[in-house]
Design a protein around this ligand. Structure first.
Ligand code: SF4
Length: 413
């Protein structure tokens, strides 16, 4: 069992990787939402509640709607909660900490520390397992690859082998269905996104422009429009799929929507491509992180690009070796990417980054399929490198909005 920052890790189900939930951030909205529901379930009898938000959850919580979603969970249950922001306190276990306390008639009756560790997943300090359980019995991609080769399986068949045929139905209906709806709803909306930046949505305009162009220029405008559409839906707090996070939710659906339209792939084929991409996503979550607060944007956009590149390579007829290479390239060329959302909103640079990343993932798939002599850096090596790089990033570059573009933008404005 691999130990990461004092916590053991699991290789989770694709059902856990691809979660449906409200944007704009899997670690700052979906995770805290699930934590609040869990605590409420443990202490339904309490009369009042308090939650302390620590580290990144406090630093960018308002922009990421963390306080809004926690209050909503409690108010939907007819309860009230007091929220205390403690950005200066960063727990050694994980930078996204929540301390819930329940009171009955003014007397404390229980408290829980919960950590939102990325992709909407939760963990408790000192547990031998995450709150999620291990579904796959592999340590890394190499083991998945060896198993696939030994059994003569495609990567999507490895997922079916472990999770049953129903996983394809889940991916087709619950994941691809929601992804497509997010693209279409994002394309049909034209307004200003919530938050201080007063950012105008661009997806609809990009799509309109694509209709005035031909050839590659048209395709590029369409691809960008689709990725922007989902990222803008995410920024508006609409329901999206974590792929693998909310901040990176536009990259994979944008590219896959483009591919389905261009090549007429069936929904069944899209489900298999999601399974292929997912196998790389679960390796990243096990051996590194998909949390921007933990390892920077390379962990979010880099991971999304890896998953999308592998799935694209599969759809285009690549071998498993080429799918791995595509995933490796996509991550390798995002290494070191920092997380520095302006004013704590998942908008600048996040939305544009999804659009540009979708093109990069597409290119990675093509590049891998052109290379006839294989590759030297394995996917597992690049994942380990991403993790080490993430740990070496200063806190300013890990979703605190205290450095990088976030700081420069405020100075310049
Ligand atoms: S900069 Fe990247 S990691 Fe940070 S919030 Fe935006 S998308 Fe997520």
């Amino acid at each position: 069992m691999v130990i990461k920052q004092g916590r053991e890790t699991v290789m989770e189900s694709l059902r856990v990787l691809y979660k449906i939930g409200p944007g704009p951030s899997s670690s700052h909205t979906i995770g805290p939402m699930r934590a609040a529901m869990q605590f409420l379930e443990h202490y339904p009898m309490a009369t009042t509640y308090q939650v302390e938000l620590w580290g990144s959850l406090a630093a960018t919580g308002k922009g990421h709607l963390t306080d809004y979603i926690i209050k909503k969970v409690f108010s939907d249950a007819g309860k009230e909660i007091n929220i205390v922001f403690k950005a200066e306190f960063v727990h050694a276990f994980h930078p996204n900490g929540l301390l819930f306390t329940a009171y009955l008639d003014g007397k404390e009756i229980g408290r829980e520390q919960i950590f939102s560790i990325g992709g909407g997943n939760l963990a408790h300090e000192g547990e031998t397992q995450l709150t999620e359980t291990s579904t796959y019995n592999y340590e890394n991609f190499k083991e998945i690859y060896n198993d696939a080769k030994e059994k003569n399986l495609e990567l999507w068949q490895v997922a079916v082998d472990t999770e049953g045929e129903e996983i394809l139905e889940f991916l087709k209906n619950d994941v691809w269905g929601v992804m497509k709806r997010a693209v279409e709803s994002g394309l049909s909306t034209e307004d200003i996104l919530p938050g201080s930046l007063q950012l105008h949505r661009r997806a609809r305009k990009f799509f309109a422009q694509s209709q005035t162009k031909d050839g590659e220029a048209k395709e590029l405008a369409e691809l960008f429009a689709y990725a922007l559409a989902v990222s803008e839906e995410n920024a508006a707090g609409s329901f999206i799929i974590t792929a693998p996070t909310c901040g990176a939710a536009g990259l994979m659906p944008g590219l896959f929507y483009f591919l389905q339209k261009k090549f007429n792939f069936s929904d069944e084929q899209m489900a298999k491509a999601l399974a292929v991409g997912g196998m790389f996503g679960i390796v990243i979550k096990k051996n590194a992180s998909v949390s921007g607060a933990e390892a920077g944007c390379q962990a979010e956009i880099g991971s999304a690009a890896s998953m999308a590149a592998a799935g694209t390579a599969y759809l285009l007829g690549a071998t498993i070796e080429e799918q791995e290479y595509a995933a490796e390239i996509a991550m390798e060329h995002h290494l070191g990417l920092t997380c520095d959302p302006v004013d704590g909103l998942v908008q600048i640079p996040c939305i544009e980054r999804n659009a540009v990343g979708s093109r990069r993932a597409y290119d990675a798939a093509h590049y891998a399929m052109l290379s006839e002599d294989g590759h030297r850096v394995s996917f597992d090596t690049v994942v380990a490198t991403m993790w080490e790089t993430g740990l070496n990033l200063r806190p300013e570059y890990r979703e605190t909005s205290q450095g990088g573009l976030a700081k420069a933008f405020l100075k310049g404005s």
